[in-house]
Design a protein around this ligand. Structure first.
Ligand code: PMP
Length: 283
């Protein structure tokens, strides 16, 4: 039985309830965060905390906890109560419960939900995944980790129905923005590692940002520069990043192998560097 946290109470997830007037339900008026834990220790916590505060600020919801520490205390409690050793903390905050009206309610309190999910077995993905390309149909504030995920859901389902793990989305100029649940990277013919720059077209992935930082320390430069469809088709290697999968090799695009279809050397090195960085947080 999983115990979750909802609006100040710890209770079995199956018994937790939210009103039909929750603004997250009715207007996607909320934000969320996903944090990985290993051996019950949180990974990259500070970056998730900063992004959480930023998302709230951008959609004008006041920080709903007594202090920054309170969030960590709630998560620690959930980790203690629940048996999962490895998995993910899911945190969602909506503008609250109020009679349906697009305008912000004057007196509502945010609805706050925290819940844990066990780590799925991802070993079948580590050999490399296939991606499919789609148009980016999302809004102009993809930098906010909003619960409004319909285009992402449809994109991910489209990928799945076409035997792919992920869909990478293209803007009008045919530059790749990001995946539906991950950030996108290539290694170009000239050996340059590229990913879309941080702006309103992508989510500033914690894994993306961390990888760029730790690679730089090892003297590996990742250029924050958008790459085109043409560059993707001619790339040497590709990979994607997210909290749930870390750094994951991409070996096929639109059903065509990238080079030999094997994991590229630069990708292998970056996977190693990133995993080492995570491991050091467990000491
Ligand atoms: N882009 C999108 C659209 C996502 O949903 C995610 C996963 N939350 C990411 C990128 C990767 O972000 P992170 O590394 O913080 O999980």
């Amino acid at each position: 039985m999983t115990i979750c946290y909802i609006n100040g109470k710890y209770m079995p997830k199956i018994e937790s309830k939210i009103s039909i007037e929750d603004r997250g339900l009715n207007f996607s008026d909320g934000i969320y965060e996903v944090i990985r834990f290993k051996n019950k220790k949180l990974l990259n916590y500070k970056d998730h905390q900063i992004r959480l505060e930023r998302s709230l600020h951008e959609i004008k919801i006041n920080f709903p906890f007594a202090s920054k520490k309170s969030v960590k205390i709630i998560i620690s409690n959930l980790l203690k109560i629940n048996s999962y050793e490895n998995g993910f903390v899911y945190l969602q905050i909506t503008r609250g419960t109020a009679t349906r009206n697009h305008l912000f309610p004057k007196f509502s309190k945010p609805n706050v939900i925290l819940s844990l999910y066990p780590e799925p077995n991802l070993s079948n993905l580590s050999k490399g995944v296939s991606i499919i390309l789609t148009d980016d149909m999302r809004w102009k504030r993809c930098d906010i980790k909003s619960v409004s995920l319909l285009p992402n859901v449809l994109g991910k389902q489209f990928a799945h129905e076409n035997g792919c793990y992920e869909s990478w989305q293209m803007d009008k100029e045919q530059y790749i923005t990001e995946g539906t649940t991950s950030n996108a990277f290539i290694v170009s013919g000239a050996g340059k590692i590229k990913t879309h720059p941080l702006n309103n077209k992508i989510l500033g992935g914690v894994t993306r940002n961390t990888l760029i930082r730790v690679a730089k320390k090892k003297k590996i430069r990742i250029e924050e520069k958008a790459f085109s469809l043409k560059e993707l088709i001619n790339c040497e290697e590709a990979f994607l990043t997210s909290t749930t999968v870390g750094v994951l090799p991409v070996t096929k695009i639109n059903n065509k192998k990238i080079k030999s279809g094997k994991i590229g050397n630069k990708t292998k090195i970056l996977i190693e560097i990133y995993n080492e960085f995570l491991k050091n947080q467990l000491i």
